[in-house]
Design a binder for this molecule. Structure first.
Ligand code: F6P
Length: 556
């Protein structure tokens, strides 16, 4: 591997653009967005991007001006972001710590594409697995796949965790209106026995099919749940019937076969697909089951459409790049620690959890690509929930708390339901919250309102500080024409690429996750100690005490 195959290892803080941004921040830290709008009639238009009536981004309600965006774009150019993007799409081994390519984009590339990894064009094998997945679902469309007693399969249980769960859960929920009427998809992820027990309680083994989704086929939670599912199934069925009720999605074919799954029922993917970037691979089988082949193709097309945009648009016309640069502006210059994801669409309510893994497992890193400790903040804390529910839980802190929290609002213009008056209210709330975050409420406004309500001067003075909103709080509005498989695919790829750009600029490796290993290893040691078969006292005093207390509480 030569340097030309890997990502540059440049400290962003040593660039001229970073230094200029540091100076520029001094001019910008106290600017008023409302004033900038008042002074510039073109502001809303200048800081908006539209992609073919599918997706419209308004980022004008941010603490930025033209110079901010120009300097952020200079930062991307000085660090040669284009080179990083080209290397990812070309299948270079940019996941250097694991010696792998990062090619989730190949999963949705057209049949005619040619993308090489280790000298092999991977597109034909991607297409082959995709065709097998579609054929598999076709068997249920045509009612040709029967359970061990000859009944049709009605329920599918995806057993997986992290990237083998969160993406499919989010997409299946988001696309509920597109679901096949005769098929119900369930998800079991947590090793907490309640999850599988409660899910199975409502199911019939004769009509249930399990999809064991695990890139490694070794993840303890997934394997434990898979074994419990098989035991439950074998209460009435025989070992030979397992093939009719269990399929696997994995890169580890041998382990799936050893579990008892027929090789013809294993849908493969490859080490160059990161777990948290895998929903467009075989890991998306549960999605395909739920929404059918045509809609699944729509989802992949939307992702590919966004991939093309990301690959070709100049930085300031490039939606993922603009979102990434804004995030860097807030994180590294304003000192913001978190970002809120606020979908105004009930079916998109799992988007924040999905993005938590995608972003935080990717960019929660403190070592540069050169192996030294970073001297600046990296991955933001991602959180959020659907509006309008979230307005009645945490929005108070967004409006009047001490922290500055940039927000992404997402809203479809056309709902996927028939209650249009509900949608009008939903949209009005989304726009109103963005407006309120920006404009706030001045002391003069509050005084006027209090006077009109008949308050005395004394009461007014007392109440005034509590009722003033500073405003000037940033947000992006991502407006979709409608939430469809295509537009959802575009949104997912948009955030995937935002994460890539941020990791690239922060000079970290976004595609490994060594930080999750330690806890997993410790849990493996601790499990036998909790059942009494191994001696505890091997840990720190607090952990030893907790193990002892847990055992005594359990035995009493
Ligand atoms: O949490 C760590 C992790 O490795 C994730 O990156 C991954 O998505 C998840 O576990 C599940 O892994 P697997 O698909 O191999 O079961």
């Amino acid at each position: 591997m030569t340097n030309s195959d890997t990502l540059h290892k440049q400290d962003p803080t040593l660039t001229a653009a970073w230094n200029k941004l540091t100076d520029h921040f001094q001019d910008m830290k106290d600017v008023s967005m409302a004033k900038m709008f008042a002074e510039d009639s073109k502001r809303a238009k200048d800081f908006a991007l539209e992609l073919e009536e599918v997706l419209f981004l308004d980022y004008s309600k941010n603490l930025i001006n033209g110079k901010t965006m120009a300097l952020l774009s200079d930062l991307a150019e000085e660090l040669d972001l284009k080179d990083g993007i080209d290397k990812m799409f070309a299948g270079k081994l940019i996941n250097e710590t694991e010696g792998r390519a990062v090619l989730h984009t190949a999963l949705r590339a057209p049949r005619s594409a040619h993308i090489e990894v280790y000298g092999e064009n991977v597109v034909p094998k991607v297409q082959e697995v995709l065709a097998r997945m579609k054929d598999f679902v076709g068997l249920f469309d045509d009612k040709k796949w029967k359970g061990y007693t000859g009944k049709d399969i009605t329920d599918f249980v995806n057993i997986g965790i992290g990237g083998s769960d969160l993406g499919p859960v989010m997409v299946c929920e988001a696309l509920t209106p597109f679901h096949h009427p005769d098929r119900k998809v369930h998800f079991v992820s947590n090793v907490d026995g309640a999850h599988i027990e409660q899910t199975l309680a409502a199911l019939d083994p004769e009509t249930t099919l399990f999809i064991i989704a695990s890139k490694t086929f070794t993840t303890i939670e997934t394997m434990t749940n898979a074994h419990s599912a098989r035991e439950w199934f074998l209460e009435g069925a025989s070992q030979n019937d397992v093939k009719k009720h269990f399929v696997a999605l994995s890169t580890n074919i041998d382990a799936a076969v050893a579990f008892g799954i027929g090789e013809e029922n294993i849908f493969e993917f490859w080490d160059w697909v990161g777990g948290r970037y895998s929903l467009s691979s075989a890991i998306g089988l549960s999605i395909l089951v739920a929404i059918g082949a045509d809609h699944f193709s729509g989802l992949l097309s939307g992702m590919h459409w966004m991939d093309n945009h990301f690959r070709s648009a100049p930085p300031l016309e490039n939606i993922p790049v603009v979102l990434a640069l804004l995030g860097i502006w807030y994180s590294n210059f304003h000192g913001c620690e978190t970002e809120a994801i606020l979908p105004y669409d009930q079916n998109l309510r799992y988007l924040p959890s999905y993005l938590q893994q995608a972003s935080m497992e990717s960019n929660g890193k403190m070592v540069t690509r050169a192996g030294s400790e970073v001297s600046y903040e990296t991955g933001s804390i991602i959180w959020g929930d659907a509006g309008t529910n979230s307005q009645h839980s945490f929005f108070q802190l967004l409006h009047q708390g001490t922290r500055l929290i940039p927000c992404d609002f997402l809203l479809p213009a056309i709902p996927n339901h028939s209650l249009d008056h509900h949608h009008t209210l939903l949209a009005a709330n989304a726009f109103a919250q963005c407006e309120a975050l920006m404009t706030g409420k001045s002391a003069d406004q509050v005084k006027l309102e209090l006077a009109q309500s008949g308050k005395t001067d004394e009461a007014m003075d007392q109440l005034l500080p509590f009722k003033v909103f500073d405003g000037n709080r940033p947000s992006n509005m991502i407006l979709l024409k409608r939430l469809t498989p295509f537009s959802l695919g575009a949104i997912i790829a948009m955030y995937e690429h935002k994460i890539f750009v941020q990791g690239y600029i922060w000079n970290i490796f976004s595609f490994d996750q060594f930080g999750v290993e330690l806890g997993k290893a410790l849990a493996k040691d601790l499990a036998p100690e909790l059942t009494g078969s191994a001696k505890s006292e091997m840990h720190d005093a607090s952990t030893n005490q907790l193990v002892a207390k847990f055992k005594s509480l359990k035995s009493n």
